[in-house]
Design a protein around this ligand. Structure first.
Ligand code: FAD
Length: 411
């Protein structure tokens, strides 16, 4: 017979966003279950893997408010300068931390390392049960409760029910489908090849974004003086690039990036990710909501996907904290969920449009687009306010901010 347990909140997916949400909710004293399909130690863990993530200022403030920042910053590298260039053009644009009156524009952390900090913190949360490895196979959404049917890897079945079910199960969310929400998915026809390497000249707190004819190439400072790279290649070329030996791969990367950091060497293990834009048509169904990549999957060109998802987490936590005044059962009420969806609409729309626009603008070699792009780069550098506005968006500080994004603890 299947075991049955009641919670206030069930979180489907214990990746970067689901785990962060569980930790953010902890001060509210709600009973939370996190169901995660892949064991944390496994190399196949799809969220806490070898990628590096650039954390924005608003994400930093959230982790500060959650008391986790000292552990995260100790394992991160600050970005003090962003350098944007276009291959084949002489000019470049830049954003500077000092000019923006901040200590750093963001911090780079390896996903696996961030995962270890978050999961260790979760182990100490008495109000959170982590069911892992276990998968939500099906759900039922009623007017007052959401029910999740869970199967563990050991073959046990469990039934969980709660006032609210949160889908944090990634861009190919099966929970979103079961909520009856469709998502628009557009393949970019590109793969991101990631890894890390050594540079002859120190990268010294600079994040480089270079637009090449194949797509954007990012170089990010990381711990140990190494540099993380995200190289975009066409879908047709991905297999060839992954099969190159290290020296042939470094030669191609060097040709795309140039010699700003001197000679590139000692490249580590590479991994490739197909790039897809995904946009959910709605954010809520009865007693359930979408957060993170289940709501929006972005091209990594502007390093914004996780940061945008963290702002979903902050807004949802605000809505839940306010609704709690009327009792825990009210946290999944339609008006609370509508408020969350309304609040998140504009930020999500802007970021999806911004990253998609960047990919298209810089991905084209057509004369008109190139001219526009050059004018855009000029405006970016010369028109007062444009750079500041862009920096505020990439730091996640634009628009009405929820408590956690302002660094204010929930309780
Ligand atoms: C190359 C690359 C570089 C990136 N760099 C950045 C960056 O610098 N900055 C940034 O902000 N963002 C970046 N991103 C985006 C960022 O990685 C994602 O936005 C983030 O991982 C989304 O987290 P998530 O928890 O929503 O989804 P996921 O990471 O996809 O996690 C979903 C979790 O749900 C689990 N799951 C799935 N189905 C079920 C189920 N039925 N039951 C139980 N569990 C389930 C999965 O096992 C997984 O652990 C990058 C992305 C890529 C591809």
């Amino acid at each position: 017979m299947s075991k049955s347990t009641s919670y206030d909140v069930i979180i489907a997916g214990g990746g970067m966003i689901g785990t962060s949400l569980a930790l953010a909710l902890a001060p509210l004293g709600l009973r939370v279950a996190v169901v995660e399909a892949v064991a944390r130690a496994e190399s196949a863990q799809p969220s806490f893997d070898d990628r590096s993530t650039a954390l924005s200022r608003s994400t930093q403030r959230m982790f500060e408010a959650m008391g986790l920042w000292p552990d995260i910053v100790a394992a991160s590298t600050p970005i003090r300068h962003i350098h944007v260039s276009d291959q084949g053009r002489f000019g470049f644009s830049h954003i500077d931390a000092e000019e923006q009156n901040v200590e750093a524009l963001g911090y780079v952390v390896i996903n696996r390392v961030l995962g270890s900090v978050l999961q260790t913190a979760l182990d100490d949360c008495e109000t959170v049960d982590v069911l892992c490895p276990a998968r939500i196979r099906d759900i039922e959404l009623g007017e007052t409760r959401a029910t999740a049917f869970v199967e563990t890897d050991a073959g046990d079945s469990m039934t969980l029910d709660a006032h609210l079910l949160v889908a944090a199960d990634g861009a190919r969310s099966s929970i979103r489908d079961k909520m009856g929400i469709t998502a628009e998915q557009v393949r970019y026809g590109q793969h991101a090849v990631i890894g890390n390497l050594e540079t002859e000249k120190p990268i010294d707190g600079v994040a480089y974004e270079r637009f090449t004819e194949h797509g954007p190439l990012a170089m990010l400072p990381m711990t140990g003086g190494r540099t993380a790279f995200v190289l975009t290649v066409s879908e047709a070329d991905a297999e060839r690039v992954m099969a190159l030996d290290d020296s042939a791969f470094l030669a191609e990367l060097q040709a795309a990036f140039g010699y700003r950091l001197g000679e590139l060497s000692r490249v580590g293990k590479r991994a490739a990710y197909p790039l897809v834009l995904s946009k959910a048509m709605r954010l809520t169904a009865s007693r359930s909501v979408l957060v993170g990549n289940s709501a929006h999957g972005l091209h990594p060109v502007a390093a914004q996907g996780f940061n945008l998802g963290m702002r979903d987490v902050a807004a949802l936590c605000d809505c839940i904290a306010d609704a709690l005044a009327a009792g825990p059962e009210s946290i999944g009420n339609p008006d609370v969920l509508d408020h969350y969806a309304e609040w998140r609409r504009s930020d999500q729309k802007k970021l999806v449009g911004f990253t998609d626009g960047l990919v298209k603008l810089f991905g084209s070699s057509r004369g008109v687009t190139r001219a526009l792009r050059n004018a855009g780069m000029l405006a970016f550098d010369l028109v007062p306010g444009v750079r500041g506005e862009f920096a505020r968006h990439t730091m996640g500080l634009a628009g009405r901010l929820p408590r956690l994004s302002r660094g204010v603890p929930l309780a």
